[in-house]
Design a protein around this ligand. Sequence first.
Ligand code: MN
Length: 670
Amino acid sequence: MTGRIELENALFKTLSQKGYPEEDIIFIRKAFDLAVLKHEGQKRASGEEYIIHPISVALYLSEMNVDREMIATGLLHDVVEDTDVTKEQVAAMFGESVANLVDGVTKISKLKTASNNERKAETIRKMLFAMILDMRVIIVKLADKIHNMSTLQFLPVEKQRRIAKETLEIYAPLAGKLGLGLIKNELENMVLKALKPNVFEQIEKYSKEKESEKLDIISQVSKKLNQKLERSNIKYSIKSRVKHYYSVYNKMKEYNKKIEDIFDLYGIRIITETVEDCYAVFGIVHSLFKPLPGRFKDYIANPKSNGYKSLHTTVMVGNRKALEIQIRTAEMDMMNEYGVAAHWLYKTGNTMSDQGEFKWLESLKKVQQDELSPEDYYQTIRNDILREEIYVFSPKGDIFELPKGATALDFAYRVHTEVGHRCRGAKANGQIIPLHSPLKNGMIVEVITAKESLPKMEWISLVKTVDAKKKIRHFFSLIEKEKKDQLQENAKKQVKSTPTDIVREHEFTPKKISDKISSKTGDKIFIEMDGERNLLFTYAKCCKPIPPNEIIGFISRGRGLIIHRADCKSITCIKDFEERKVTVNWGHQLKNRIVAYFMRTTTNNKSYIELSNVMKKHGGTIIEFRIDESTISNDIVDGYFTIELPLKTNIDNLAKELSALPSISFLDRR
Ligand code: MN
């Protein structure tokens, strides 16, 4: 482990080597001195001085050549949380911008790695929110993560696994999405080392054994290339690269291969000056070496959504050895490794002007605004937003971006909801494929639809995108609703045809429930959604639903779940109502029963008062009292009321009391 003095020297040496001007170094030195002073005496889990951590983070950032504010933030990122320094003091000494950056990183760290999904989702939501405000927060956070991962072995095993898993699920993909290729690879390698130490060692050992073979092949290829390229005007350089261990591991796992069978353990990279030169070099490479069919990828014409640009091809070299060659300009190379951080690369002085190239950020902003449940939020972030993407084409040549693992059915739903619903089969590159098989990069996907086709329930488990799942679920909830409406319609007809049979007792079978929740009014009524009862909700003011009204949940922006009557006119006109509505049901306390009676009554208010007196006596509640105005004649009207009663209430005795009420009549008395 490196000591504090060595790290200090390394940091300031890097700063001057990278050409940071004197004033920046003074600025960073000031942050350094404050961090050293304030963390004095604090220790890390590893037992080393705490200050080692912030200096390591700053060193990592300085190697990336980012702006001085980020490096100062690296040094100060824990002072507000762990020492007596306040945000205001940081602002006074280093400016608002550093204070906000420190605050952003602190906010993220405060929400410690949580074991439970709900808190985990909350942490990630906050982090991504801070990132949207200032992308630099996430770069400092990732540098922080890198150092924490490198000292992981000092934590309890269970915690190690949890942190490693979270890094793999969230932080590494996030780095990938931001184009921070180097950080992503480093994090993934560290995760592999933590979770699969044996595999890591095996790959490391094998790579070392192959070192001389690698050098041999590279010199062979370089020699041939040099001969050809020297005669052109193309300026270029050749780099060798080792494939990162985590992707070697993935290949072994995915294709069930031994490490000896992975051919692209290493590759070479040719760096040119211009895009034209990339294609020229590409032509020359193919004239010298036989390309492997289907291995050519043009990420210059079709950059990845994180901005990655390069040409990739795999060629045969010497005695049947396959070698991957990447060709790109120097600028692309820098962007591919430093991604979004390259915007602050010291010398370019760029701002975030081309953040717009990250299309996925738009989807992220949308997801941040949606009030998804913590579980749905986490799944959406993991499976849709952060997952590596693949590109497939429609037969017309339109390009579609989907998360890796997406199926033809996901594609169908992405094209259009109706295309999804009517999907019967799919073809990829002209061949019929199963609806559930994962699509591959570059496939031309054709959806076969039929008018009479309808979604199947099991599709929910076949599709990979949350979006497609939602659309299928929504379809089935609509079917459910139609069924219920039909039943209600039938019930109404029956009542009309037998008006004298008016005293019909509707008992709502109480569902098995917990007794934790009661609504605002204290009437022990609550709402169930997908079996989930622990929901925060409010009743809509426009239609004031009460049991046994058919109800519907509406996920509002900002006010959470709002319960409306299913037939409420005011929600159906909201533009995105269809996407935001959810199926909800009344849940009831076991110890209460809800009974509805049809009645004939007077049009004055007396009957309500009489009824509520009876309810008071029995500890029940009137939850609905309705008259049907179309039936009024001679001050007599038909209607119904719904009451909630403790289970112990003797319904027969109650019915006797009710029937004795002067203003209400029941034709069939029990
Ligand atoms: Mn930290």
